[in-house]
Design a protein around this ligand. Structure first.
Ligand code: OOG
Ligand code: MG
Length: 263
């Protein structure tokens, strides 16, 4: 198959899997040419198609696999990124239906909300913080379209880094006098602590993960735009969700956010 046909094929399979709640086999076996470069091309086409056919709009971006806990859990050793769309956004207080999801997991994240453009190729932690209007507690619901949530790095990149839903607290905090590295995090499931972490678990500094992405986006002529949000990547491993579950993430200094799930 020629390259554009491979891209189209994978995009169709991934969109269909999400719509029909089906797991698909990873693509690297069928298409050995699926390297990281091609995978990001698939991701780009996937997002274009979703925007066109599903009338979705880009709200920001997400990092994936930025903490050692996540890399070990998924058996990969490099971060990835993906795109957030308006139809992925959830709001505080709403019950979240598991009905449209395949095998969702939830993870604690830090959201960056930008009020300035940030463009690579040599963006640093300081540049990211200078362009950040607010940070906020967040949770991401990931839902890999791959069978048993198993994939290689190019597979997960093609699948928009497992993006499914995201939830950001309405409490926004200016980043100015906060050392995000030292912000402790407590993650609870049904009232019990399931894991704890701190900002530094994300590549030493969550803003470093954001800078890493921005410096790669420039190869595609892309940047973070004012008003966009970026999720740092999970500070811990992810947890499977069942109907009736309630999760909360609390951070030092910036507050907490909660999510309740139903059928
Ligand atoms: C890939 C997405 C990882 C994170 O925060 O680490 C991610 C996956 O684990 O399925 O969103
Ligand atoms: Mg995540």
């Amino acid at each position: 198959m020629i390259k554009t046909d491979i891209i189209d094929h994978i995009v169709r399979e991934l969109i269909n899997a999400e719509r029909e709640r089906l797991e698909v086999n990873k693509f690297v076996d069928e298409f050995p040419e699926l390297d990281m470069e091609l995978a990001y091309e698939v991701q780009e086409r996937l997002i274009e198609t979703k925007c066109k056919e599903g009338n979705a709009k880009v709200t920001g971006r997400k990092l994936g696999l930025t903490s050692r806990a996540k890399q070990e859990m998924m058996g990969v050793h490099e971060p990835t990124y993906g795109v957030l769309l308006d139809n992925m956004q959830l709001f505080e207080g709403e019950k979240i239906s598991l009905e449209p999801l395949i095998h969702p997991k939830i993870e604690p994240e830090i959201a960056f909300i930008f009020n300035k453009e940030v463009k690579g190729p040599i963006v640093t932690v300081t540049d990211i913080l200078a362009a950040t209007a607010y940070i906020a507690p967040a949770m991401e619901i990931i839902d890999s379209r791959y069978r048993n949530f198993k994939f290689t790095l190019p597979d997960v990149v093609a699948d928009n880094s497992s993006s499914s839903r995201y939830l950001i607290s309405d409490r926004l905090t200016p980043v100015s006098d906060i050392d995000i590295r030292l912000m402790g995090m407590v993650f609870k499931k049904n009232g019990e602590i399931v894991t704890t972490s701190a900002g530094a678990s994300v590549m030493g500094h969550p803003a470093r993960a954001v800078a890493w992405m921005v410096n790669r986006l420039v190869k595609k002529g892309q940047s973070i735009k004012p008003g966009e949000v970026v999720l740092s990547g999970a500070l811990s491993e992810a947890f499977s969700i069942e109907s009736g579950d309630h999760f909360s993430v609390s951070f030092d200094r910036i507050g907490s956010v909660e999510a309740s799930f139903t059928n």
